[in-house]
Design a protein around this ligand. Structure first.
Ligand code: KG4
Ligand code: ZN
Length: 340
C-alpha cells in the first residue's frame, strides 16, 4: 500500500509517500518539508494569513516532488491522506482542498486525519509499536498524556491547564531575545548554561492528577531575568538551562503519575512514546529514557526529522485508517479545533 500524506496545518508545508513496510512498520519513500520560518520570523510567531498564502504557493510543487522522489505516480497511489485539523484554518483548507481534488480526479480513497493522531501513531511507523502505549504529546499547541489503545481509541489522561510546553519554550525564547521558533534555541543555550543557578518552580509537581502547568514557571523566569537585567550571554544560558531543567523534572514527574493512571484504564503499556515538536529536545529524551529503564519499559522517540510536523506521519495515519476501512468523502470538514 502506498499513501500520499499532505500537511499544512501550521507553518510547515509537507508531502510524503509512505508504504506499508515490514514488522508492522512503515517505509518512508519520500518526505518533503518546506518550512516557512523565514516568512514568520520577523513577526516573532506564525501569522495565519501569511501561512495560508505560503501553503498555496508551494503545496502542488511539493506533492509533485514527493511523488517523484518516491518513484510513484498519482495513479499508483492507494490513497490520499491529509491533515484536516486541528490547526490554522486557512492552511488546513489549502491541504484539504488539494487532497480532495486529487482524490476526486483519481478516485482514490481520501483519509482526513487528525494532526494529533498522526503524531500519536508515528511510533508505529518508525518502530512498529503495538497497542496499548502511553503517549506524551508535546508540541507548540498541545501537551497531553494519552492512553493509545488502538487506531481511533485514545483516552486523554492529562493535559496542560495553561500553556503548552512548546509554547512556553517559545515565550521564554522571545523574552530572552532568542530567535523564533524558540524551542531549539533555548535548548542550544541550555547546553552552555548552569541549570542550578536559578531555583525555578516546578508547578503541579507531586500532584496526584497527571496535568501540566507552565505559566507560573514562565513568570518566575521573567522575574529572575528582570532582577539581573541587562542580561549577559552567560545569564541567558543559565536561565535557559534552569528553565529546561524545571520543565524536564516536571515532565518526568507528570509522566510517572500518568503511568499509574494508564495502568488503571489500559493495563501494562508496551512502551512510553514521546511525540510532537518538543520531542526533539535531547534533555527531555534522555530523562524519559532513564525513567523508562527504571520502570522496565521501552521508550520510543521518533527520529528528529519526524518530531516536528511532516507529511510522513499524515500518510502513515492515513494508511492505518485505510487498513481499517476508515475513509472519508469530500464532505470532510476542515477543523480549527479537533481534540484527539
Ligand atoms: O509539533 P510541532 O512541529 O508543531 C505543532 O504542532 O505545534 O511543534 C513545534 C514546537 C515549537 O513550540 C518549538 O519551539 C518546539 O516544538 N520545539 C522544541 C524543540 N524543537 C522544537 N522545544 C524544545 N526543544 C527543542 N529542541
Ligand atoms: Zn504538530
Amino acid at each position: 500500500m502506498r499513501i500520499l500524506g499532505i500537511e499544512t496545518t501550521c507553518d510547515e508545508t509537507a508531502a510524503s509517500v509512505v508504504s506499508s513496510g515490514f514488522d508492522g512498520r512503515g517505509e518512508i519513500l519520500s518526505n518533503e518539508v518546506l518550512s516557512q520560518i523565514a516568512e514568520h520570523a520577523r513577526y516573532g510567531g506564525v501569522v495565519p494569513e501569511i501561512a495560508a498564502r505560503a501553503h498555496v504557493e508551494v503545496t502542488d510543487r511539493l506533492i509533485a516532488r514527493a511523488l517523484k522522489n518516491a518513484n510513484c505516480t498519482v495513479k499508483e497511489l492507494d490513497g490520499i491522506a491529509v491533515a484536516a485539523g486541528p490547526g490554522l484554518i486557512g492552511g488546513v483548507l489549502v491541504g484539504l482542498t488539494t487532497a480532495k481534488a486529487i482524490s476526486l480526479v483519481t478516485r482514490k480513497p481520501l483519509m482526513a486525519v487528525n494532526h494529533l493522531e498522526a503524531h500519536a501513531l508515528t511510533a508505529r511507523l518508525t518502530d512498529g509499536i503495538g497497542f496499548p502505549y502511553l503517549l506524551l504529546l508535546v508540541s507548540g499547541g498541545h501537551t497531553q498524556l494519552v492512553a493509545v489503545r488502538g487506531v481511533g481509541d485514545y483516552v486523554r489522561i492529562g493535559t496542560t491547564i495553561d500553556d503548552a510546553i512548546g509554547e512556553a519554550f517559545d515565550k521564554v525564547a522571545k523574552l530572552l531575545g532568542l530567535p523564533y521558533p524558540g524551542g531549539p534555541h533555548v535548548e542550544i543555550e541550555a547546553q552552555k548554561g548552569n541549570p542550578e543557578r536559578f531555583n525555578l518552580p516546578r508547578p503541579l509537581m507531586g500532584r496526584p492528577e497527571p496535568n501540566f502547568s507552565l505559566s507560573g514557571l514562565k513568570t518566575a523566569l521573567r522575574l529572575e531575568a528582570e532582577k539581573i537585567a541587562p542580561l549577559t550571554q552567560s545569564d541567558v544560558a543559565d536561565l535557559c538551562a534552569s528553565f529546561q531543567a524545571a520543565v524536564v523534572d516536571m515532565v518526568i514527574d507528570r509522566t510517572r503519575v500518568g503511568l499509574r493512571a494508564f495502568r488503571e484504564i489500559a493495563g501494562d503499556p508496551k512502551a512510553i512514546v514521546v511525540a510532537g515538536g518538543v520531542a526533539a529536545n535531547q534533555a527531555m529524551r534522555e530523562a524519559l529514557q532513564r525513567m523508562a529503564v527504571e520502570t522496565g519499559l521501552r521508550m520510543v522517540a521518533p527520529p528528529l526529522a519526524l518530531c516536528g510536523d511532516n507529511g510522513a506521519m499524515i500518510a502513515w495515519a492515513g494508511l492505518e485508517r485505510l487498513r481499517l476501512g476508515l475513509v472519508d468523502d469530500i464532505s470532510a470538514p476542515a477543523r480549527a479545533r479537533w481534540p484527539l
